[in-house]
Design a binder for this molecule. Sequence first.
Ligand code: DON
Length: 529
Amino acid sequence: MMFSMVDLLFYTITDGKEMIPFSQFISALRKTGLLPSDPRLRHGIRQMRQSAHDSSGPVMIDKKLFRRCVGNNVILLTNAFRKHFIIPDFEQFTLQINKIYESAKHQEGGQVADYIPQLAKFSPDLWGVSLCTVDGQRHNVGDTKIPFCMQSCVKPLEYAIALHELGSERVHRFVGKEPSGFKFNKLSLNEEDKPHNPMVNAGAIVISSLIKVTSKILFKEVQLINKYIQTRLSRCSFQSERETGDRNYAIGYYLKEKKCFPQNADMMAALDFYFQLCSIEVTCESGSVMAATLANGGICPITGDRVLSAEAVRNTLSLMHSCGMYDFSGQFAFHVGLPAKSGVSGAVLLVVPNVMGMMCWSPPLDRLGNSVRGIHFCQDLVSYFSFHNYDNLRHFNKKHDPRRRSDDDPNKSVVNLMFAAYSGDVSALRRFALSAVDMEQRDYDSRTALHVAAAEGHQEAVIFLTEICKVNPLGKDRWGNTPLDDAMQFGHGVVVSILQKYQNEYTEKHSSSSSEEHSAALDSMKSSL
Ligand code: DON
């Protein structure tokens, strides 16, 4: 019986069963971090559901249906189930995230912003955290489906789009790269009469005038980051921002007086566009995918679309790191060591570069304008996990690193394989086979996984290693014993008969194939003579 990669994947998911309920398939998927709504999987899942409708009784997934629906997702699912995503043990990771979430939930204090009714209407108890990894693994806890305005969290995205479209040199002709040391809405410019950076209002307003597309198109671009998830403009917030935006108008006139805008720029249009950007509504769920696009060098993890250049993303992360958290930026860089941007709605967009993006949201703000629970969460996250930019990952570290470690280490691979065989863990063996681990590799005593499984009397493991993996049963360990010798020595009768049968078939097949090869070689010699 020959097994294809798809079959091996199927049995890894079903844990060796010939069919499983659809719901079980979905929960196995969720454990890897993939959601059934993932745009990459949507088509296949829809097909599976469709066949559900066509059948009576509970929907079962068998090999045939799986093969039919899996389509282009073999690689994605294979990586998910052989634990090759950036966070391999996603379930464990999210348990810890939930604990950190719970601890932050108890943080009372802070004030909900009330300068516009759209912000004041939110309950101080709302609290949500969503994350999306660079492989598109997703987790949501708390109030993650409630829309809120991005407010200043949009500034890094606006800046990134400007860099992507115009390049860093052009953008920085109009805006600096240093923290201002002042409040975000201060009427202040640097020594060259430019806004201090793109994360304060003056910088964001000038950038609004630089982007050479109409607001409508740019909106589409912002949504591009999030093509498959709904974002929309809150017209009420936009109107209120306009009506209460005296300070921003003052900044606009100041910028105009100091000739900060490019020639022929329309200051009022730039302000309007800035107000619109602040009024884009997201949820924690959609915001985390935006953050993950920044974590992933500009490629949206769940669509695979490149929406920003790698250089635009790198520059954006640098300025988020130094200027993203108002007057708390220095302390945040010190304690948390990650690029982030907060907004007056209580949102904190957090990026763990090359790992994941997060959106934390809770309306009560501290004295400096940052979400009280958001800050608490970020600090706890980095005290537990080694995500701080300057955490040392090579030497002994008391913190936890949930990232995938390189499993290229052959010693580790053989130990894991032997351990799985010793404990009869067929699921693990299946995962190793799916990961193209050499199932015939030998340990220090020249023993294979088949020796170990046979000596322990694990019938299922022996069947898997022989029938599916076609491991050579004739290999001898350093004492000259084959797996069959071991099964006999330890008195595992059933395993003895499985191995005897397999050994006979194996010897027969290999002697006939070698005589076929021999006669083919003779034929070719004859024809060349
Ligand atoms: O400019 C304003 O007043 C707001 N719409 C933006 C507020 C905000 O989140 C502050 N950020 N730096």
